[in-house]
Design a protein around this ligand. Structure first.
Ligand SMILES: [Zn+2]
Ligand SMILES: [Zn+2]
Length: 81
């Protein structure tokens, strides 16, 4: 199974609709957990034309952190201290 498909198993019910989006922009976002800048931008169904360019959807967590922690990549991630 492709790693990106695997992370989608952990998408929560609230964010299930994101599972149909495809990534269109490589590595734009920073992972809120591991801090690495390797999150893909996803196509945005709510995108409206604007002067700043395309508004990509950026998940909170990278695919690896999502799988490792069995967390939805789209839920707001709060670092536990
Ligand atoms: Zn990460
Ligand atoms: Zn979620």
């Amino acid at each position: 199974m492709h790693i990106n498909m695997k992370s989608k198993e952990f998408t929560c019910k609230k964010h299930l609709h994101f599972n149909k989006e495809e990534f269109v922009s490589p590595c734009r976002g920073r992972c809120k957990k591991c801090g690495l800048k390797k999150i893909h931008g996803y196509s945005n169904p709510d995108h409206v034309t604007n002067p700043f360019g395309y508004l990509f959807l950026i998940p909170e967590l990278c695919i690896e952190c999502s799988i490792e922690n069995k967390l939805c990549a789209w839920c707001i991630y709060k670092k536990r201290l």
